[in-house]
Design a protein around this ligand. Structure first.
Ligand SMILES: CC(C)(COP(=O)(O)OP(=O)(O)OC[C@H]1O[C@@H](n2cnc3c(N)ncnc32)[C@H](O)[C@@H]1OP(=O)(O)O)[C@@H](O)C(=O)NCCC(=O)NCCS
Length: 329
Protein backbone atom coordinates (compact mmCIF):
# COMPACT_ATOMS: atom_id res chain seq x y z
CA UNK A 1 0.00 0.00 0.00
CA UNK A 2 1.26 3.45 -0.87
CA UNK A 3 0.26 6.67 0.75
CA UNK A 4 -0.89 9.22 -1.81
CA UNK A 5 0.19 12.85 -1.94
CA UNK A 6 -0.63 15.89 -4.03
CA UNK A 7 2.53 16.95 -5.84
CA UNK A 8 1.48 19.78 -8.17
CA UNK A 9 -1.36 22.22 -8.78
CA UNK A 10 -2.46 24.27 -11.77
CA UNK A 11 -5.42 26.31 -12.90
CA UNK A 12 -6.77 28.22 -15.83
CA UNK A 13 -9.51 30.81 -16.22
CA UNK A 14 -10.71 32.05 -19.61
CA UNK A 15 -9.83 35.65 -20.60
CA UNK A 16 -13.28 37.19 -20.85
CA UNK A 17 -14.24 39.01 -17.63
CA UNK A 18 -17.89 39.84 -16.91
CA UNK A 19 -18.44 42.20 -13.99
CA UNK A 20 -21.59 42.69 -11.94
CA UNK A 21 -21.93 46.06 -13.64
CA UNK A 22 -21.98 44.26 -17.00
CA UNK A 23 -24.83 42.07 -15.77
CA UNK A 24 -26.80 45.15 -14.67
CA UNK A 25 -27.20 45.98 -18.37
CA UNK A 26 -29.22 42.88 -19.18
CA UNK A 27 -30.71 41.72 -15.86
CA UNK A 28 -32.79 43.35 -13.18
CA UNK A 29 -29.97 43.15 -10.65
CA UNK A 30 -27.28 45.34 -9.12
CA UNK A 31 -23.63 45.16 -8.24
CA UNK A 32 -24.61 45.93 -4.65
CA UNK A 33 -27.13 43.06 -4.45
CA UNK A 34 -24.71 40.53 -5.90
CA UNK A 35 -21.78 41.63 -3.75
CA UNK A 36 -23.64 41.76 -0.46
CA UNK A 37 -25.60 38.51 -0.99
CA UNK A 38 -22.79 36.44 -2.49
CA UNK A 39 -19.38 38.18 -2.33
CA UNK A 40 -19.04 38.00 -6.13
CA UNK A 41 -17.69 41.00 -8.10
CA UNK A 42 -16.88 39.41 -11.42
CA UNK A 43 -16.58 36.10 -13.22
CA UNK A 44 -14.78 34.74 -16.30
CA UNK A 45 -16.59 33.23 -19.28
CA UNK A 46 -15.34 31.22 -22.22
CA UNK A 47 -15.78 32.58 -25.71
CA UNK A 48 -17.61 30.71 -28.43
CA UNK A 49 -15.91 27.46 -29.36
CA UNK A 50 -14.05 27.18 -26.05
CA UNK A 51 -15.16 24.19 -23.96
CA UNK A 52 -14.54 22.52 -20.61
CA UNK A 53 -11.76 20.37 -22.10
CA UNK A 54 -9.87 23.50 -23.24
CA UNK A 55 -9.85 24.92 -19.72
CA UNK A 56 -8.99 21.50 -18.26
CA UNK A 57 -6.14 20.95 -20.73
CA UNK A 58 -4.71 24.42 -20.03
CA UNK A 59 -4.79 23.79 -16.26
CA UNK A 60 -3.17 20.38 -16.80
CA UNK A 61 -0.37 21.84 -18.94
CA UNK A 62 0.50 24.39 -16.24
CA UNK A 63 0.60 21.59 -13.68
CA UNK A 64 2.88 19.43 -15.86
CA UNK A 65 5.25 22.35 -16.31
CA UNK A 66 5.34 22.97 -12.56
CA UNK A 67 6.07 19.29 -11.84
CA UNK A 68 8.57 19.07 -14.69
CA UNK A 69 7.08 15.98 -16.28
CA UNK A 70 5.59 15.18 -19.68
CA UNK A 71 1.96 14.29 -20.33
CA UNK A 72 3.10 10.82 -21.41
CA UNK A 73 3.95 10.05 -17.79
CA UNK A 74 0.33 10.44 -16.68
CA UNK A 75 -1.40 7.11 -15.94
CA UNK A 76 -4.96 8.23 -15.34
CA UNK A 77 -7.08 11.36 -15.86
CA UNK A 78 -10.19 12.06 -13.81
CA UNK A 79 -12.25 15.07 -14.83
CA UNK A 80 -14.85 16.23 -12.33
CA UNK A 81 -17.45 18.23 -14.23
CA UNK A 82 -21.16 18.81 -14.73
CA UNK A 83 -20.54 20.56 -18.03
CA UNK A 84 -18.73 17.99 -20.18
CA UNK A 85 -17.92 19.00 -23.76
CA UNK A 86 -20.47 16.36 -24.83
CA UNK A 87 -22.37 13.51 -23.20
CA UNK A 88 -19.78 11.23 -24.72
CA UNK A 89 -16.94 10.76 -25.28
CA UNK A 90 -15.96 11.80 -21.79
CA UNK A 91 -14.13 15.08 -21.33
CA UNK A 92 -11.24 13.02 -19.93
CA UNK A 93 -10.86 11.40 -23.37
CA UNK A 94 -10.76 14.82 -25.02
CA UNK A 95 -8.24 16.12 -22.48
CA UNK A 96 -6.10 13.01 -22.94
CA UNK A 97 -5.78 13.80 -26.63
CA UNK A 98 -5.34 17.55 -26.19
CA UNK A 99 -2.44 17.26 -23.77
CA UNK A 100 -0.92 14.19 -25.44
CA UNK A 101 -1.27 11.88 -22.42
CA UNK A 102 -1.23 8.86 -24.66
CA UNK A 103 -0.44 6.38 -21.90
CA UNK A 104 -3.34 7.46 -19.71
CA UNK A 105 -6.88 6.17 -19.40
CA UNK A 106 -9.55 8.35 -17.91
CA UNK A 107 -13.14 9.11 -17.08
CA UNK A 108 -15.46 11.89 -16.01
CA UNK A 109 -16.92 12.10 -12.54
CA UNK A 110 -20.21 13.84 -11.87
CA UNK A 111 -20.19 15.23 -8.34
CA UNK A 112 -21.20 18.83 -9.04
CA UNK A 113 -19.59 21.23 -6.56
CA UNK A 114 -18.19 18.35 -4.50
CA UNK A 115 -16.87 16.71 -7.69
CA UNK A 116 -13.28 17.75 -7.11
CA UNK A 117 -13.23 16.29 -3.59
CA UNK A 118 -14.83 13.08 -4.86
CA UNK A 119 -12.25 12.94 -7.69
CA UNK A 120 -9.26 13.51 -5.40
CA UNK A 121 -10.49 10.76 -3.08
CA UNK A 122 -11.00 8.43 -6.07
CA UNK A 123 -7.63 9.27 -7.61
CA UNK A 124 -5.86 8.79 -4.30
CA UNK A 125 -7.16 5.23 -4.12
CA UNK A 126 -5.56 4.27 -7.44
CA UNK A 127 -2.25 5.45 -6.01
CA UNK A 128 -2.87 3.98 -2.57
CA UNK A 129 -3.51 0.54 -4.08
CA UNK A 130 -0.33 0.72 -6.15
CA UNK A 131 -2.28 0.49 -9.42
CA UNK A 132 -1.06 3.85 -10.76
CA UNK A 133 1.67 6.33 -9.92
CA UNK A 134 0.52 9.55 -11.57
CA UNK A 135 -3.16 10.45 -11.48
CA UNK A 136 -4.24 13.79 -12.92
CA UNK A 137 -7.35 15.09 -11.16
CA UNK A 138 -9.11 17.99 -12.83
CA UNK A 139 -12.11 20.04 -11.70
CA UNK A 140 -13.46 21.95 -14.68
CA UNK A 141 -16.72 23.61 -15.55
CA UNK A 142 -18.13 25.95 -18.14
CA UNK A 143 -21.15 27.00 -16.14
CA UNK A 144 -21.92 29.78 -18.62
CA UNK A 145 -23.09 27.03 -20.99
CA UNK A 146 -25.94 25.98 -18.66
CA UNK A 147 -27.08 29.16 -16.90
CA UNK A 148 -30.08 31.13 -18.07
CA UNK A 149 -29.20 34.71 -19.04
CA UNK A 150 -32.79 35.70 -18.24
CA UNK A 151 -32.80 34.25 -14.71
CA UNK A 152 -31.29 36.65 -12.20
CA UNK A 153 -31.63 34.05 -9.44
CA UNK A 154 -28.94 31.83 -10.99
CA UNK A 155 -27.16 33.75 -13.76
CA UNK A 156 -25.18 36.01 -11.45
CA UNK A 157 -23.77 33.16 -9.37
CA UNK A 158 -21.54 31.16 -11.68
CA UNK A 159 -18.34 31.36 -13.74
CA UNK A 160 -16.07 29.22 -15.92
CA UNK A 161 -12.67 27.77 -14.90
CA UNK A 162 -10.53 24.68 -14.38
CA UNK A 163 -8.07 23.57 -11.73
CA UNK A 164 -5.98 20.44 -11.44
CA UNK A 165 -3.80 18.49 -9.04
CA UNK A 166 -1.41 15.58 -9.55
CA UNK A 167 -1.59 12.65 -7.15
CA UNK A 168 1.48 10.44 -6.69
CA UNK A 169 2.79 7.94 -4.13
CA UNK A 170 4.35 9.45 -1.01
CA UNK A 171 7.82 8.37 0.11
CA UNK A 172 8.03 6.22 3.25
CA UNK A 173 7.20 8.29 6.30
CA UNK A 174 6.14 11.24 4.22
CA UNK A 175 2.73 12.69 4.91
CA UNK A 176 0.21 13.04 2.11
CA UNK A 177 -3.52 12.55 1.97
CA UNK A 178 -4.64 11.71 5.48
CA UNK A 179 -8.37 11.12 5.21
CA UNK A 180 -11.50 11.92 3.24
CA UNK A 181 -15.16 11.95 4.06
CA UNK A 182 -17.67 11.58 1.22
CA UNK A 183 -21.46 11.71 1.40
CA UNK A 184 -24.45 11.84 -0.90
CA UNK A 185 -27.93 13.01 0.10
CA UNK A 186 -30.14 12.34 -2.90
CA UNK A 187 -33.09 14.14 -1.33
CA UNK A 188 -31.40 17.39 -2.42
CA UNK A 189 -31.74 16.76 -6.17
CA UNK A 190 -35.02 18.63 -6.42
CA UNK A 191 -33.47 21.88 -5.19
CA UNK A 192 -30.63 22.20 -7.71
CA UNK A 193 -30.61 20.53 -11.10
CA UNK A 194 -30.74 20.82 -14.88
CA UNK A 195 -34.12 19.22 -15.65
CA UNK A 196 -33.79 18.31 -19.34
CA UNK A 197 -31.27 16.95 -21.78
CA UNK A 198 -30.81 13.59 -20.06
CA UNK A 199 -32.64 10.30 -20.54
CA UNK A 200 -35.54 11.45 -18.37
CA UNK A 201 -36.39 14.41 -20.58
CA UNK A 202 -34.45 14.25 -23.84
CA UNK A 203 -34.16 17.52 -25.74
CA UNK A 204 -37.33 18.51 -27.57
CA UNK A 205 -38.67 21.84 -28.81
CA UNK A 206 -40.82 21.90 -25.71
CA UNK A 207 -37.93 21.41 -23.25
CA UNK A 208 -36.03 24.20 -25.00
CA UNK A 209 -39.04 26.53 -24.98
CA UNK A 210 -39.55 25.85 -21.28
CA UNK A 211 -35.88 26.68 -20.61
CA UNK A 212 -35.28 23.29 -19.03
CA UNK A 213 -31.68 23.03 -20.24
CA UNK A 214 -30.51 25.53 -17.68
CA UNK A 215 -29.61 25.33 -13.99
CA UNK A 216 -32.72 25.48 -11.82
CA UNK A 217 -32.24 26.24 -8.17
CA UNK A 218 -34.16 26.92 -4.99
CA UNK A 219 -31.43 29.22 -3.68
CA UNK A 220 -32.84 29.54 -0.19
CA UNK A 221 -33.12 25.77 0.33
CA UNK A 222 -29.60 25.15 -0.97
CA UNK A 223 -28.22 27.98 1.12
CA UNK A 224 -29.79 26.66 4.31
CA UNK A 225 -28.46 23.17 3.70
CA UNK A 226 -24.96 24.27 2.66
CA UNK A 227 -24.52 26.69 5.55
CA UNK A 228 -25.04 23.89 8.03
CA UNK A 229 -23.32 21.03 6.20
CA UNK A 230 -20.10 22.82 5.18
CA UNK A 231 -19.18 23.26 8.82
CA UNK A 232 -20.35 19.75 9.72
CA UNK A 233 -18.27 17.87 7.14
CA UNK A 234 -15.27 20.06 7.93
CA UNK A 235 -15.51 19.53 11.68
CA UNK A 236 -16.28 15.82 11.41
CA UNK A 237 -13.11 14.99 9.49
CA UNK A 238 -11.02 17.06 11.89
CA UNK A 239 -12.58 15.35 14.88
CA UNK A 240 -12.08 11.81 13.64
CA UNK A 241 -8.42 12.58 12.95
CA UNK A 242 -8.02 14.26 16.34
CA UNK A 243 -7.04 17.53 14.75
CA UNK A 244 -8.09 20.99 15.98
CA UNK A 245 -9.23 23.74 13.64
CA UNK A 246 -6.23 25.75 14.83
CA UNK A 247 -3.93 23.05 13.36
CA UNK A 248 -5.26 23.72 9.86
CA UNK A 249 -2.87 26.01 8.00
CA UNK A 250 -5.09 26.37 4.94
CA UNK A 251 -8.82 25.83 4.57
CA UNK A 252 -9.99 25.52 0.97
CA UNK A 253 -13.79 25.47 0.99
CA UNK A 254 -15.94 25.39 -2.13
CA UNK A 255 -16.78 28.94 -3.23
CA UNK A 256 -20.56 29.15 -3.67
CA UNK A 257 -21.37 32.10 -1.45
CA UNK A 258 -19.18 34.20 0.85
CA UNK A 259 -21.81 33.97 3.57
CA UNK A 260 -21.67 30.14 3.49
CA UNK A 261 -17.87 30.30 3.90
CA UNK A 262 -18.07 32.86 6.71
CA UNK A 263 -20.65 30.77 8.58
CA UNK A 264 -18.45 27.66 8.27
CA UNK A 265 -15.42 29.56 9.57
CA UNK A 266 -17.38 30.86 12.52
CA UNK A 267 -18.76 27.46 13.46
CA UNK A 268 -15.33 25.89 13.13
CA UNK A 269 -13.63 28.66 15.08
CA UNK A 270 -11.06 28.91 12.30
CA UNK A 271 -8.93 32.00 11.77
CA UNK A 272 -10.37 33.63 8.58
CA UNK A 273 -6.86 34.54 7.38
CA UNK A 274 -6.26 30.80 6.83
CA UNK A 275 -9.18 30.52 4.45
CA UNK A 276 -8.95 30.56 0.67
CA UNK A 277 -11.35 32.97 -1.02
CA UNK A 278 -11.65 33.47 -4.75
CA UNK A 279 -15.39 33.84 -5.22
CA UNK A 280 -14.98 37.59 -5.63
CA UNK A 281 -12.96 37.16 -8.84
CA UNK A 282 -14.34 33.95 -10.32
CA UNK A 283 -17.83 33.38 -8.80
CA UNK A 284 -18.90 29.75 -8.33
CA UNK A 285 -16.92 27.70 -10.85
CA UNK A 286 -18.40 24.42 -9.51
CA UNK A 287 -15.71 21.69 -9.63
CA UNK A 288 -12.91 24.22 -10.17
CA UNK A 289 -13.18 26.42 -7.07
CA UNK A 290 -11.09 24.28 -4.72
CA UNK A 291 -8.12 23.49 -7.01
CA UNK A 292 -7.98 27.16 -8.04
CA UNK A 293 -7.89 28.07 -4.37
CA UNK A 294 -5.04 25.62 -3.73
CA UNK A 295 -3.07 26.83 -6.75
CA UNK A 296 -3.44 30.50 -5.85
CA UNK A 297 -2.51 29.86 -2.22
CA UNK A 298 0.65 28.10 -3.42
CA UNK A 299 1.50 30.95 -5.80
CA UNK A 300 1.03 33.44 -2.97
CA UNK A 301 3.29 31.42 -0.61
CA UNK A 302 0.42 30.93 1.80
CA UNK A 303 1.20 27.24 2.30
CA UNK A 304 4.42 25.37 3.07
CA UNK A 305 5.53 21.74 2.86
CA UNK A 306 4.24 19.69 5.75
CA UNK A 307 1.38 22.02 6.65
CA UNK A 308 -2.17 20.78 7.10
CA UNK A 309 -4.78 21.57 4.46
CA UNK A 310 -8.51 20.92 4.58
CA UNK A 311 -10.82 21.08 1.57
CA UNK A 312 -14.59 20.84 1.87
CA UNK A 313 -17.61 21.18 -0.37
CA UNK A 314 -21.37 20.83 -0.57
CA UNK A 315 -22.99 20.66 -3.99
CA UNK A 316 -25.94 19.61 -6.11
CA UNK A 317 -27.21 16.13 -5.40
CA UNK A 318 -26.69 16.87 -2.61
CA UNK A 319 -23.03 15.86 -2.71
CA UNK A 320 -20.74 16.47 0.24
CA UNK A 321 -17.04 15.90 0.75
CA UNK A 322 -14.03 16.91 2.81
CA UNK A 323 -10.41 15.87 2.45
CA UNK A 324 -7.53 16.39 4.86
CA UNK A 325 -3.92 16.33 3.69
CA UNK A 326 -0.44 17.64 4.31
CA UNK A 327 1.08 19.87 1.65
CA UNK A 328 3.89 17.88 0.06
CA UNK A 329 5.92 20.30 -2.06
C1 LIG B 1 -29.04 32.62 -4.36
C2 LIG B 1 -28.74 33.41 -3.11
C3 LIG B 1 -27.51 34.25 -3.30
C4 LIG B 1 -29.91 34.31 -2.78
O1 LIG B 1 -29.64 35.04 -1.60
P1 LIG B 1 -30.77 35.21 -0.51
O2 LIG B 1 -30.28 36.14 0.51
O3 LIG B 1 -31.13 33.84 -0.08
O4 LIG B 1 -31.89 35.88 -1.31
P2 LIG B 1 -33.39 35.39 -1.40
O5 LIG B 1 -33.50 34.04 -2.02
O6 LIG B 1 -33.95 35.59 -0.04
O7 LIG B 1 -34.00 36.45 -2.39
C5 LIG B 1 -34.20 37.77 -2.02
C6 LIG B 1 -34.84 38.53 -3.15
O8 LIG B 1 -33.81 38.91 -4.10
C7 LIG B 1 -34.26 38.59 -5.41
N1 LIG B 1 -33.12 38.27 -6.24
C8 LIG B 1 -32.66 37.06 -6.58
N2 LIG B 1 -31.59 37.19 -7.38
C9 LIG B 1 -31.38 38.51 -7.54
C10 LIG B 1 -30.43 39.25 -8.24
N3 LIG B 1 -29.46 38.67 -8.96
N4 LIG B 1 -30.48 40.58 -8.16
C11 LIG B 1 -31.45 41.21 -7.45
N5 LIG B 1 -32.39 40.55 -6.78
C12 LIG B 1 -32.36 39.20 -6.82
C13 LIG B 1 -35.21 37.43 -5.25
O9 LIG B 1 -36.09 37.39 -6.34
C14 LIG B 1 -35.90 37.77 -3.95
O10 LIG B 1 -36.94 38.67 -4.21
P3 LIG B 1 -38.36 38.49 -3.50
O11 LIG B 1 -38.05 38.58 -2.03
O12 LIG B 1 -39.11 39.65 -4.05
O13 LIG B 1 -38.84 37.16 -3.93
C15 LIG B 1 -28.52 32.45 -1.91
O14 LIG B 1 -29.75 31.87 -1.57
C16 LIG B 1 -27.52 31.39 -2.18
O15 LIG B 1 -26.35 31.67 -2.31
N6 LIG B 1 -27.95 30.12 -2.20
C17 LIG B 1 -27.06 29.02 -2.36
C18 LIG B 1 -26.64 28.95 -3.77
C19 LIG B 1 -25.56 27.94 -3.96
O16 LIG B 1 -24.69 27.85 -3.16
N7 LIG B 1 -25.64 27.17 -5.05
C20 LIG B 1 -24.67 26.28 -5.46
C21 LIG B 1 -24.46 25.18 -4.50
S1 LIG B 1 -23.00 24.40 -4.91
Amino acid sequence: MYKAKITAVGYHVPDKVVTNKDLEKTLETSDDWIRTRTGIRERHYVTQGEATSDLAAAAACKLLEQRGITAEEIDCIIVATVTPDMFFPSTACVVQEKIGARNAWGFDLSGACAGFVYACATGSQFVHSGAYRKVLVVGADVMSSIINPRDRNTYVLFGDAAGAVLIEPADAGEEGIIDFLLRTDGSGGRYLNMPAGGSLRPATHETVEKEMHFVHQDGRAVFKYAVQRMAEISLEILKRNRVCASDVALYAPHQANMRIIDAALERMGLDPSRCVRNIEKYANTTAATIPIGLAEAYQENRIRKGELVLMASVGAGYTLGSLLFRWAF
